[in-house]
Write a protein that binds this ligand. Structure first.
Ligand SMILES: [Fe+2]
Ligand SMILES: [Fe+2]
Length: 358
């Protein structure tokens, strides 16, 4: 086991097709801050939008490659099934149900998963999203200092036949919710759930490669024949915020994810510093993984590699952060380009649909 342990997620990057629509959905409707408006450094004709909290705190960052022509993707082995955003309380979660429903978004839940309550919907490109409550947490069915040791069978009332679907559907906030109130703040990534074709291999990989620890071994509550494991930053005490990765185990399945619109492109974990990232790189190479060189992403530095089931992973440094090229109180206001693309600015701006700032 390595000494290196990631602090959790840095960001998640998804694919969308319509930048103004993405801004309206994640900015206005869900209340995230647009913290950077830039282009895809590997494809400068396309926007790369960054949303987050508190100016783009690691673990709260959602980014989008905007490719108007992208074909529609689909989840499957090696892909992400859904992204869960954190909310403090079940009451605030019901406010989200009301707000989203009134905005014409189809919402299901909240479903009591035991460890948290879950509300489900999709973004305009089809990316499956969840709003999950902060608690009660993973210690409801095993000791807090010994999570993830036993394979747990969900109680009957957690399985589809055991739920009162009509009562769940009726549940909502009693008043309209035209504004995102402070109690409703979506605090970035609660968990990310993907699909693997070999859950034990994935478990070894995330523990060895990233220093995550298994915090729950159970079955998928929507498909009790499928295993569902959870990993997170965990040392026998608190389970780290913004660090829970979960996978459905589709053993031997060849139903491979199809990249594209409405899908996750990659997920990024945190390295505290450039030195730590260099140590991660050496560590990953020592495991025989194919790891890229360090790429300068202006706001952080990145290395990329793949999980055994094909999922693209990144380790990104916490710094320098989004205030490196514009004032902290003007983040997301102007189109920012890396210096080496500045001379092409007129050409780049001509091709992009103008977007409002913050
Ligand atoms: Fe989930
Ligand atoms: Fe990334």
């Amino acid at each position: 086991m390595p000494d290196l342990k990631t602090l959790g997620f840095h960001h998640i990057t998804m694919v969308a097709t319509d930048a103004p629509r993405t801004l309206a959905f994640y900015g206005e409707l869900l209340g995230f801050e647009l913290v950077k408006k830039t282009v895809n450094f590997d494809d400068p004709g396309a926007y790369h939008l960054y949303f987050g909290r508190d100016g783009g705190r690691p673990g709260t960052i959602l980014t989008f490659f905007e490719w108007a022509q992208a074909r529609h993707g689909h989840w499957g082995v090696g892909g992400v099934h859904h992204l869960a955003l954190g909310v403090a309380t079940p009451e605030a979660q019901l406010k989200w149900k009301r707000r989203l429903t009134e905005a014409g978004v189809e919402v299901s839940g909240p479903i009591d998963r035991g460890y948290f309550k879950s509300l489900y919907f999709s973004d305009p490109d089809g990316q499956i999203l969840e709003i999950a409550t902060a608690g009660p947490g993973y210690a409801i069915d095993e000791p807090a200092d010994a999570l993830g040791r036993e394979l747990l069978v969900p109680q009957k009332e957690r399985l589809p036949g055991g739920r009162d679907e009509a009562a769940i559907e009726r549940l909502t906030h009693p008043e309209p919710v035209p504004e995102v109130t402070p109690d409703m703040t979506l605090d970035g990534i609660h968990h990310i759930t993907g699909i693997t074709d070999d859950i034990e291999r994935a478990s070894d990989f995330y523990e060895e490669a990233l220093g995550l620890r298994t915090v729950k071994k159970t079955y998928n509550q929507d498909d009790a024949s499928t295993k569902h494991y959870f990993w997170a930053r965990y040392d026998g005490g608190e389970v780290g915020h913004h660090s829970a990765l979960t996978l459905f185990g589709w053993e031997g399945s060849r139903y491979v994810s199809r990249p594209g619109a409405g899908q996750t492109h990659h997920i990024a974990f945190r390295a505290g510093s450039a030195d730590e990232q260099a140590a991660w790189r050496e560590h990953l190479l020592s495991l025989g993984l194919d790891v890229t060189s360090v790429k300068d992403r202006t706001y952080f530095e990145s290395i990329y590699f793949h999980a055994p089931d094909g999922l693209l992973l990144e380790i990104a440094t916490d710094g320098p952060g989004f205030a490196v090229d514009e004032p902290a109180d003007e983040l997301g206001g102007a189109l920012k380009l890396p210096t080496w693309l500045e001379e092409r600015r007129p050409d780049i701006e001509r091709k992009l649909v103008p977007l409002a700032g913050r």
